[in-house]
Ligand binder design. Structure first.
Ligand SMILES: Cc1ncc(COP(=O)(O)O)c(C=O)c1O
Ligand SMILES: [Zn+2]
Length: 365
């Protein structure tokens, strides 16, 4: 399998230990060679997201020893218009297990012994867990202020947690300097395209469970790991003629950190730089998204609307969700706040799907 550079188009063997192309561009994995969607290719014997292995770029059967049954999360109605996909029902309690299971399977296949990763918390927890399962040593950089429970989980899995003073973006810079200086394997959910092979399953699962895709699919957008996976899967279903039109994908940002929203509003060619103010939605507090150009291209290609979650509504939404039995982290409650905001802007929004991306116990602070 070869990576393709998203900047210069050069190919590199995906067994590489490098995290980007020589030109600095980030790697992608080809999609067009994968078989078209066909229900008979779903592996009914597999009770995890790897039941879609026919549609994923994977290294042979390595995933079989790595998987912890991630995915297959229920879809539960919140009210008559909104469905929740219970993505906190995962081994490490967030949707990041979708990507981490695929990424760490690849790392195991190519013989990675040690890795570093930076994260707002959830991706770090997920990578730490799967690395523990595979005996890969792991060091996770998190920004100061990260929920203590996420740090405890990282350490619980035997990984080293390095708390970096300053913003989430600064934390990524510090970790990337270490990667460049020391040549450590960068098990990063944004850089490494194997992560998206896992997050594609969010859409495949929904399609298999409901027999259709909901009309409006709200996706939290920080760096875009769920977003990119979802768009790749929707494009695949369209190419396969399994659906005749794309659902209305809606990208959710925090009003205190909204680079994509600003860029779209200004109709700018490149991601504009934004002031990042503190937000309860720590999972989407990304001011400098590393795949910004790629995500922006997807937003424009599919006319995807971006909506921001009003900060002042997050706690109230969390309370409302808990009052109906859904105990989620603040970043997840932000998605419901963004759904209400979307209705204010565009009118009643029926048949909506929201990802319950993280569990409530993870953001007790
Ligand atoms: C709970 C939660 N939701 C959403 C996201 C956003 O994911 P991404 O930054 O890949 O868009 C994150 C990222 O850490 C998260 O932890
Ligand atoms: Zn390149």
């Amino acid at each position: 399998m070869n990576f393709i550079c998203s900047q210069c188009g050069k190919t590199t063997d995906s067994a590489t230990m490098a995290c980007h192309c020589e030109c600095g561009g980030l790697f992608s994995l080809p999609q067009d060679h994968l078989p078209l969607w066909d229900k008979s290719l779903i592996d009914q014997k597999v009770w995890s997201l790897f039941r879609y292995h026919a549609f994923m770029n994977l290294d042979a059967d390595e995933w079989k020893s790595v998987s912890m049954g991630e995915g297959m999360t229920p879809i539960v109605p919140f009210n008559e218009d909104v469905l929740f996909k219970m993505d906190f029902m995962m081994p490490t309690l967030s949707f990041k297990d979708r990507g981490a299971a695929a990424l760490v399977s690849h790392m195991k296949a190519i013989g990675v012994k040690k890795c570093v990763q930076d994260s707002s918390g959830n991706a770090g927890v997920a990578v730490a867990a799967y690395c523990a399962r595979c005996g890969i040593e792991c060091e996770i950089y998190v920004p100061e202020g990260t929920s203590p429970n996420k740090i405890s989980m990282i350490e619980g899995f035997g990984a080293k947690a390095v708390v970096v003073p300053g913003s989430r973006d600064h934390c990524a810079d510090v970790c990337r300097s270490k990667v460049e200086e020391e040549g450590a394997y960068y098990a990063n959910h944004v850089y490494n395209p194997y992560f998206y092979e896992g997050t594609k399953s969010y859409i495949y699962e929904t399609f298999e469970q409901l027999g259709r895709l909901p009309e409006n699919i709200f996706i939290e957008l920080g760096n875009g790991t769920l977003f990119i996976g979802a768009v790749l899967a929707v494009e695949h279903l369209l190419r396969s003629k399994a659906i005749d039109k794309a659902p209305n994908l809606i990208a959710v940002q925090s009003e205190n950190c909204a680079p994509f929203m600003e860029t779209v509003e200004q109709n700018a060619d490149h991601i504009v730089s934004v002031d990042v103010k503190p937000t309860l939605a720590e999972g989407i507090a990304i001011g400098k998204p590393a795949r910004g150009a790629e995500v922006l291209e997807m937003i424009r290609k599919h006319s995807i609307r971006v909506v921001t979650a009003p900060e002042a509504q997050i706690l109230e939404c969390r309370r409302q969700m808990a009052a109906k039995g859904f105990y989620v982290e603040h970043t997840t409650a932000a998605a419901l706040a963004a759904y209400y905001r979307y209705q204010e802007l565009y009118g009643p929004t029926h048949d909506a799907l929201i990802s319950l991306c993280g569990a409530g116990l993870k953001s007790e602070h």
